[in-house]
Design a protein around this ligand. Structure first.
Ligand code: WTA
Length: 630
């Protein structure tokens, strides 16, 4: 396979991928097992948008993740499961066991009448059964949609309704950190407004008391005993939907990003093997949650397609103490470790004592994802975790891109702290100015777009294609717009500077300002609010909310608590504002538009340079807001 082994080879592969993308991807696609090969590699139109890869090809991604490995890797571990509690036994799941469990659960789904094209929502903690459920859906052609188990009942219900799911797979509870968390109770609340759901399958994880509804709810463990460990794979078209994953944007509620079978399969394996330079028998650990795209592509699909051994971790980096990551790395002799800058910064703040207890000598490659990494955190990671000799891959990508687009190739691309460096083969980035003019040359900055499709590009937003078109393909003509700002330095290296739209990145989680505002506005006393991100030492960005209340509150702290509770109820704890300021008015233009630029500056503490405020309807509100900063 076109495994890149030198920088010269990267350059020649890149050249080939731009000059003849179809031939380039065809060669890579040929290494998979297909039920039928494609008639044509690619058809695309960014205006509509309509993008089709490996047209006419037939496959099932799980045959490539599982069946194909049974000959050589049946007894190789696919997942080492490390539970939240270090004293609980870990589990090693081989490729054969995974294959059998996936087939069994696929049969369970079938026994409930679930079939190709049906949407199944998975609301589960980080246990192997989540990966099993994902793959079981793919096995029978049902569309999986994992919802991160930190989202509230309201969020979960909204997504289930949007997709008209017929079933939910969940657990009784979850272990994350010191105390168990209810999971099934959240599902029950969500389902009050979701009549389409006929089946809820519950994996018993914590054993806590839960309500089971007759005729709707069944236990995973019971159902698995009733079915066979063989399940033929449904034949899928390359462009059949594999999954839907919700993500936040500038406006409105989160949208369901749609990925399809063929292109996603080809791209996740290719990027996994190349970016991380995975070698046979190595142990890979991605600390993301499967509820996010990173978990889909680099815990489940990429590693399994490549026949890799991975660690899957249920807990949090700070439980029972801030040495947990390092302890787990030593325990499984992890060779490749992939985490988020926010975790690195939090562990850096906990001090080196936790690091120094462990050897960390199995590590060969380190990775980061999800947000810009500051130079200090990069250096700390490199020096203290990688002991100065592990290359760091700073991987830039998005839910919509399906896989990594801009990143060093480990050990091959020369790195620079803070830089995602160079595009992977097949990826053609361009920087544009506000008007959409392409900015050529180096040492420039602009909005990051991609001008040619790669196999795992977003196909549509579920149930609303127009939204996909206007969000990503109309800002700049004939380009996919990422929403990120970016610098290209004198060496042609890319550095992502952060979102240029109204999306915040809080601890690596994407949260729309509009979503948080609409949650805050649900509070009875709040008439209006404006939310912006501001720099935060650990989280990357914190959430700053300006709110206008209908009445005078003697107890502002109480009001703030209620607002936090409201946001937790509507979205989930990850979207709770870090700072709330009660204001009399918001800076608005005469046409009524909130001047977020000013609010951002105030939140950042840059109050000496607020720019021109003379066009505001009521410039005096700005002084008041500055005085009342929290
Ligand atoms: C940001 C996560 C800087 C970026 C895979 C992007 C990054 C958003 C990086 C997507 C990185 C992701 N450097 N910023 N290496 N990786 N981002 O959809 O703003 O959860 O648009 O996908 O995270 O977040 P998402």
């Amino acid at each position: 396979m076109a495994r890149i082994t030198s920088f010269e080879q990267y350059q020649s592969e890149y050249k080939k991928s731009v000059e003849n993308p179809e031939a380039f991807w065809e060669e890579i696609a040929n290494e998979f097992s297909w039920k039928k090969k494609w008639d044509k590699v690619l058809d695309w139109n960014f205006e509509k948008p309509e993008i089709n890869w490996f047209i006419g090809g037939k496959l099932n991604i799980t045959e490539n993740c599982l069946d194909r490995h049974l000959e050589k890797r049946a007894d190789q571990v696919a997942f080492h499961f490390e539970p939240n509690d270090p004293n609980e036994n870990s589990r090693a799941i081989t490729y054969r066991q995974l294959y059998e469990d996936v087939c069994r659960f696929a049969n369970v789904l079938k026994s409930k009448g679930i079939k190709k094209g049906d949407r199944v929502c998975l609301y589960m903690p980080m246990i192997p059964e989540l990966a099993i459920a994902v793959l079981a859906c793919a096995r029978i052609g049902a569309i999986h949609s994992v919802v991160f188990a930190g989202f509230s009942a309201t969020s979960l219900g909204g997504r289930i309704q949007d997709m008209h799911c017929c079933a939910v797979v969940t657990t009784d509870g979850a272990y994350r950190g010191a105390k168990p968390i209810p999971i099934k109770a959240v599902v029950d609340d969500a389902l009050d407004v979701c009549p389409s759901v006929e089946n809820v399958i519950v994996y018993k994880r914590t054993g806590e008391e839960i309500k089971m509804i007759d005729g709707r709810d069944t236990w995973w463990q019971d159902e698995m005993k009733k079915v066979s460990a063989e399940c033929p794979a449904e034949i899928m078209d390359s462009e059949d939907t594999l999954f839907i994953l919700y993500t936040s944007g500038s406006t409105g509620q989160p949208k369901g990003v749609v990925h399809t079978c063929g292109g996603y399969m080809v791209y996740t394996k290719y990027t996994f093997e190349n970016v991380f330079q995975y070698n046979d028998k190595e142990v890979f650990w991605c600390t993301a949650d499967i509820g996010w795209i990173t978990g889909h592509s680099y815990i489940v699909y990429g590693p399994l397609l490549a026949g890799a051994t991975s660690v899957m971790f249920e807990g949090v980096p700070t439980f029972p103490d801030a040495g947990r990551f390092w302890q787990v790395i030593d325990k499984y002799k992890v060779n490749i470790f992939y985490t988020a800058p926010t975790a690195i910064r939090a562990l850096q703040a906990s001090g080196l004592d936790f690091v120094n207890l462990y050897k960390l000598n199995s590590l060969r490659i380190l990775g980061t994802v999800g947000e810009p990494i500051n130079e200090e955190a990069w250096e700390w990671y490199h020096k203290n975790i990688g002991k100065g000799n592990c290359p760091i891959v700073d991987t830039w990508w998005q839910t919509e891109t399906g896989g990594i687009l801009i990143s060093p190739i480990a050990g091959i691309t020369k790195t620079k702290p803070g830089f995602a460096t160079l595009p992977l083969p097949g990826v053609q980035p361009v920087l544009v100015d506000e008007k959409g003019n392409v900015i050529e040359g180096n040492n420039v900055e602009g909005n990051l777009c991609i001008k040619f499709p790669w196999p795992s590009i977003i196909r549509t937003t579920y149930g609303n294609h127009e939204r996909c078109r206007t969000t990503y393909f109309t800002t700049y003509e004939n380009l996919y717009f990422t929403g990120d700002g970016c610098r290209r330095d004198e060496d042609g290296y890319y550095r992502i500077t952060g979102r240029v739209d109204d999306v915040m990145n809080v601890s690596g989680h994407r949260i729309g300002t509009a979503e948080v505002e609409s949650a805050i506005n649900m509070h009875f006393d709040i008439v209006e609010s404006a939310v912006v991100g501001y720099p935060h030492d650990i989280k990357g960005q914190g959430i700053y909310a300006y709110v206008i209340s209908t009445k005078e509150h003697d107890d502002i702290e109480m009001l703030k608590k209620e607002i936090l509770a409201e946001v937790t109820k509507i979205i989930g704890p990850i979207a709770k504002p870090d700072k709330i300021q009660v204001v009399r008015g918001l800076p608005k233009t005469r046409s009524g538009k909130i001047m977020r630029r000013i609010l951002r500056k105030i939140a950042e503490g840059e109050i000496s340079n607020l720019g021109d405020t003379s066009t505001l309807l009521d410039p005096s509100v700005v002084d008041e807001i500055v005085k009342g900063r929290v």
